[in-house]
Design a protein around this ligand. Structure first.
Ligand code: N01
Length: 538
């Protein structure tokens, strides 16, 4: 660990995570003249884009809004090559940012924070890492990303497999040669879809194990030339404004006409227009009623089901692939490129786990209730312990030695996803009950959270205060508000990582704040304007 961190003298702040959030938080706190260290288990920057280097990884947010806004120079000099950039380009971008702003000198790579304990006497967080170092800092900021703790289902026989078994979020950086291999993919979420559509043409045989059929929208991904980039740059002032004002931090205003007020042909025409954009517009800038009105949900879902069915040759396969058990948009909608056509290929089989269950992993493959499938490689695209898993992996203890991990087994609580009662000077990003944990274009919401945290720390320093912590009643008010909105939605009634439903025994509560980014920003701004009323400053 570099010199600053091994001093006994506490740092001003430690940031855990050198991804999108951590890099910007470091840059922001440096601007305040603070001594800051970032700690990351990875060997490089990029967070999600460092770890998720599986075949086909790509953003579902357009590149013009999947970026930082803090530097005009950066906006001017970085050239996106396509509308939705691939994993390698995203990772290159974050490396460029780290170099451009000389951030690496304050980052400790290959270092995992095991524990962070609040020390009442010194008013500092004491951290212990897996490298045996201890670090103290006045402020602790977690920049772990909402999806950093992979879920490996406890299949019997897991260790007996003689081939290669890998989770997509731990894909080896040197890659895996899948040519000519018999591959099984478990999971058909956003990740599984990207992997499946990418590897199907190169493997000898692909078996897809699907538990829940997913909706997906075909991606239109043009490559950009200089003229496109110039046009995109010319719109940056408007784009920068727009992302703050839309419901989920994209740059497209949503449809405002009530769905049911439109004649059927106008509904259809609008859905066709949204669909043909080849983006997530039909989900995030379409008819909002899909999130709370079962009638509209069913009509829009039928529209999408029809689109999916039309692409699959075998109606029996189509029956398995067309979602029936939830409405369009109540789970995360992925973009896809030729995904459904994969199931028209001779070298691909689809196993619906509703028809035959996975019984165990064997030395030679996967045994389902319908028999054994021989495999050379098993890919787990089985998702994440979202929002909470990154935080509970660390032994975080607040006032009185109270363990966050233990408390969150009973109930996950935060104040606006930014702070937690009982844990002074701990700032969380992409934690539960903020839009950033689920319902937002990540860079928009995470940059907003970084700005709020930076302003808050700046306020404390200006007013000669050393600690901040939300009051219990402030936290309860936020949770009540969150629940009230959540419970109006179909999203909260649908099992997915959005509700914690993908983890056995996880407390079920909608993870992301669903009041929209503008309302969330207003709530955060109000706290700031009122001098952090509802928070204890000491
Ligand atoms: O994870 P998921 P993901 N047996 O939880 C299945 C972001 N992301 O990594 O749906 C069998 O969505 C599970 O089945 P079910 C994006 O926000 C973004 O795909 O629970 N199957 C499901 O099919 C996304 O939403 C991008 O019934 C099991 C799958 O595994 C989030 O990451 C790209 C199982 C997990 O799907 C997470 O996506 C990729 C079991 N025991 C990801 N356990 C882009 O921006 C789980 N499954 C493009």
């Amino acid at each position: 660990m570099p010199a600053t961190a091994s001093h006994n003298e506490p740092l001003d702040a430690v940031i855990i995570g050198a991804g999108l959030t951590g890099l910007y938080q470091l840059w922001s706190l440096r601007k305040l003249g603070m001594r800051v260290r970032v700690i990351d288990a990875a060997s490089g920057v990029g967070g999600t884009w460092y770890w998720n280097c599986y075949p086909g990884a790509r953003t579902d947010s357009p590149s013009n809004i999947y970026q930082y806004w803090f530097s005009e120079e950066l906006l001017d000099e970085w050239n996106w090559s396509e509308r939705y950039c691939g994993h390698a380009e995203s990772e290159r971008y974050f490396n460029h940012v780290a170099d451009r702003f000389d951030l690496r000198k304050d980052i400790s790579f290959n270092t995992r924070v095991d524990a962070a304990h609040w020390d009442e006497a010194t008013g500092c967080w004491n951290l212990r890492t897996d490298q045996g170092e201890t670090v103290s800092a006045q402020f602790l900021i977690t920049a772990l990303g909402p999806l950093s703790a992979p879920v490996v289902p406890p299949f019997q026989g897991h260790d007996s497999f003689k081939g290669r078994l890998v989770h997509t979020a731990r894909w080896p950086r040197e890659g895996i040669d899948l040519k000519g291999q018999r591959v099984g993919v478990i999971g058909t979420g956003a990740t599984g879809i990207q992997v499946i559509q990418t590897i199907a043409p190169e493997v000898a045989h692909l078996t897809v194990f699907q538990r829940t059929a997913n909706y997906a929208v075909p991606m239109t991904n043009p490559r950009y030339d200089d003229a496109d980039r110039a046009a995109i740059r010319a719109r940056y002032p408007q784009t920068r404004e727009a992302i703050w004002t839309t419901f989920v931090g994209f740059d497209e205003p949503g449809e405002t006409r009530p769905y049911l007020s439109l004649p059927p042909e106008e509904r259809r025409a609008t859905l066709e227009r949204l669909w043909s954009d080849g983006s997530l517009k039909i989900w995030v800038a379409g008819f909002m009623e899909i999130f709370f009105d079962p009638v509209v949900s069913e009509e829009v879902s039928d529209f999408v089901r029809e689109k999916i069915r039309a692409r699959i040759h075998d109606p029996r396969v189509a029956d398995k692939l067309v979602p029936r058990d939830h409405g369009f948009g109540t789970r995360r909608v992925p973009l896809e490129t030729g995904y459904f056509e994969v199931f028209n290929r001779d070298n691909v089989d689809l196993i619906s786990l509703h028809e035959s269950k996975i019984e165990c992993i064997t030395p030679n493959g996967i045994r389902t209730s319908a028999g054994e499938i021989p495999l050379d490689v098993i890919i787990l695209a089985t998702g994440f312990d979202a929002g909470t898993g990154g935080l509970t992996a660390i032994d975080i203890r607040g006032r009185g030695g109270v363990s966050l991990r233990e408390e969150w087994k009973k109930e996950v609580r935060t104040t606006m996803g930014l702070q937690i009662h009982g844990y002074p000077n701990l700032f969380t990003t992409s934690a539960p009950y903020a839009p950033a944990s689920a319902f937002c274009n990540a860079p928009t919401c995470l940059q907003h959270q970084v700005q709020w945290i930076t302003d808050c720390i700046s306020h404390l320093r200006e007013h000669d205060r050393h600690t901040i912590e939300p009051l219990a009643q402030t936290e309860q008010r936020w949770l009540d508000h969150h629940d009230e909105l959540a419970n109006l939605t179909l999203v909260a009634k649908t099992k997915s990582w959005y509700t914690g439903g993908n983890i056995e025994g996880k407390h079920n509560r909608l993870l992301g704040y669903i009041g929209g980014l503008p309302a969330y920003r207003e709530a955060c701004e109000k706290v700031k304007q009122q001098g952090y009323e509802g928070f204890e400053l000491a």
